[in-house]
Design a protein around this ligand. Structure first.
Ligand SMILES: Nc1ncnc2c1ncn2[C@@H]1O[C@H](COP(=O)(O)OP(=O)(O)O)[C@@H](O)[C@H]1O
Ligand SMILES: [Mg+2]
Length: 508
């Protein structure tokens, strides 16, 4: 049976890949939509940490960037940190000491980079080919010399070989507080052991030299190191890898590093006993933070969000439709018009809450419900509900405090106040559970640091409750916080921040 044009459009929506890594780079380059100035910001040569919750488009952005880089003649090395090393979960094996796990992680990462660079070197003639291959040999050699060294070695070498002081110390236990002077005495050392504090440092050896060899072989060609899925590395090892990067890779002229990760699951630095910190201090000189979550908050001008998602669906669907019998519509507007009933696309955008993967999943479910008809409002609502139950809610099923908190917030904000947005004093907003709910995309940050002229010492954060939480209700919560993400961001005169803010302690 030959499918109707409508059914084809719906199928195109259903077939959009949910994860960027399952699509080839040239398609990704074609389908990418830049939210505001995001793309320009990403293409800067600064080292950057790219934060974003699940599905916000981190992988797509990095792979799009790698295409851009290659087209300008530079070299891009993309490494998915989930795939390095063996698959036996060694980095998380609690039977192994951090020295062993850390050393393996560092060496495996360097080898993955070396491997990737080698295939680039063979694919394109870049810079001085011979020198590059020699530099890569040196890198492989240097990688084997990198190791994480435990406390005992550190203590015994403390007096003499200060030149191995390329190393660092780091307390693995987060509540470790030992003064540097105490460290020097033997009694202190045994005390350290008794309290189970372990300190480690990384020995880099000739790594920096090897990297300089590579960049000088590349000449004017810049090397872009794109590290994806940083959050898949065990938290206690992250500062070690970060330190390796900060002290050997980041200072090397001609290399730019971009790291994509989920903020809540990242630890780039830790306090150190002998220095201020170990790892990368995000936001400071070494690397700046870019948040995709922030870019995905579209100023209230609703149409801006609709424009972004309209383009996104059009790009992805066109990439599918071109392999189908029907010509794709010629622009986003006509595609949306040909696929959605009048009010249902804005509703889909609302339901997506700024997260592309959620938008794609909800659209696919809605298209499935609609079959060979235009997608209607009930299709979108049902799809959003299904997606909420299937994905978002299950993510906190095992987390009792988060479930409890969400329930109280929905009752108060949606139930009592009939609103979808609310304010929290920043002291409350730093609450672990609030963070977890944001990470699970059940709450969304609209704006941070809202000042109160009546009490200048207090700052508030503005949040929205996820669409899925109230889609089933027979009323639509008011957008009392419409001012929260309007370009000016000023509340109406009669609005009292102190009165309106939710007090979490009272809530519980
Ligand atoms: N800016 C964008 N333009 C087009 N598609 C996007 C964009 N951001 C995300 N997507 C799509 O959304 C889905 C999720 O993106 P992905 O990069 O896999 O998310 P993340 O790595 O942050 O979990 C993918 O299908 C991707 O193609
Ligand atoms: Mg990803």
């Amino acid at each position: 049976m030959r499918l109707s044009r409508q059914a084809h459009f719906n199928q195109a929506l259903m077939r959009i890949p949910r994860r960027a890594e399952s699509t080839d780079r040239s398609t990704l380059a074609m389908t990418f939509v830049s939210a505001g100035s995001f793309s320009a910001m990403l293409h800067s040569t600064d080292h950057q940490i790219l934060y974003g919750r699940r599905g916000t488009g981190k992988t797509h952005a990095l792979l799009y960037l790698s295409d851009l880089i290659e087209r300008t003649g530079d070299v891009a090395v993309y490494v998915d940190l989930r795939t390095i090393g063996s698959a036996d979960g060694m980095y998380t094996d609690s039977n192994l000491s951090p020295t062993i796990r850390g050393t393996h992680l560092l060496v495996d990462t360097l080898e993955a980079i070396q491997d990737e660079l080698l295939s680039v070197a063979f694919k394109h003639e870049t810079g001085d080919q011979n020198a590059l291959l020699l530099g890569l040999d040196a890198l492989a050699e240097a990688a084997t010399a990198v190791k994480v060294v435990g406390e005992v070695e550190q203590e015994t070498t403390l007096g003499g070989s200060a030149e191995s002081g390329v190393g660092l110390e780091l307390s693995v236990s987060p509540n470790a507080k030992v003064s540097a002077t105490r460290r020097r005495s033997a009694t202190a050392e045994s005390r350290l052991r008794r309290t189970g504090i372990e300190r480690h440092h990384v020995v880099f050896g000739p790594l920096s030299r090897a990297l300089r060899g590579i960049t000088s072989a590349l000449g004017s060609v810049r090397l872009w190191l794109l590290l994806d899925e940083w959050s898949s590395i065990p938290l206690d090892l992250q500062p070690l890898l970060a330190d390796l990067l900060r002290r050997s890779v980041l200072p090397t002229a001609g290399i730019t590093v971009k790291i994509a990760t989920i903020e809540r699951r990242s630890r780039f630095s830790q306090p150190s006993l002998s220095r201020d910190y170990v790892g990368i201090e995000v936001g400071a000189d070494a690397a700046s933070a870019v948040s995709l979550d922030d870019f995905m908050i579209f100023d209230n001008v609703r149409s801006r969000a609709q424009e972004f998602f309209g383009q996104l669906f059009y790009n992805h669907a066109s990439a599918r439709l071109s392999t189908m019998i029907y010509e794709p519509p010629s622009n986003p507007d006509s595609f949306i018009e040909a696929t959605f009933h009048r009010n249902s696309f804005p509703e889909l955008v609302r339901a997506a809450e700024g997260v592309p993967r959620d938008a794609i999943n909800i659209a696919a479910l809605a298209a499935q419900h609609a079959r060979d008809e235009l997608i209607g409002l009930p299709d979108v609502r049902r799809a959003a509900r299904d997606w909420y139950l299937r994905d978002k809610q299950t993510a906190i099923n095992a987390n009792e405090p988060a479930r409890q908190m969400l329930r109280l917030l929905i009752d108060e904000v949606v139930g009592r106040r009939r609103s979808r947005t609310f304010l929290l004093d920043q002291l409350d907003a730093r609450h672990e559970t609030i963070d977890e709910l944001c990470d699970a995309r059940l709450l969304h940050v609209l704006r941070r640091g809202i000042a109160d002229p009546k009490s200048p010492g207090t700052l508030y954060d503005g949040f929205a409750i996820d669409y899925g939480c109230y889609v089933d209700l027979h009323f639509r919560p008011r957008d009392r916080g419409g001012w929260l993400n309007s370009p000016k961001g000023v509340p109406p005169d009669e609005f009292s921040r102190a009165r309106e803010a939710i007090n979490l302690a009272k809530l519980e």
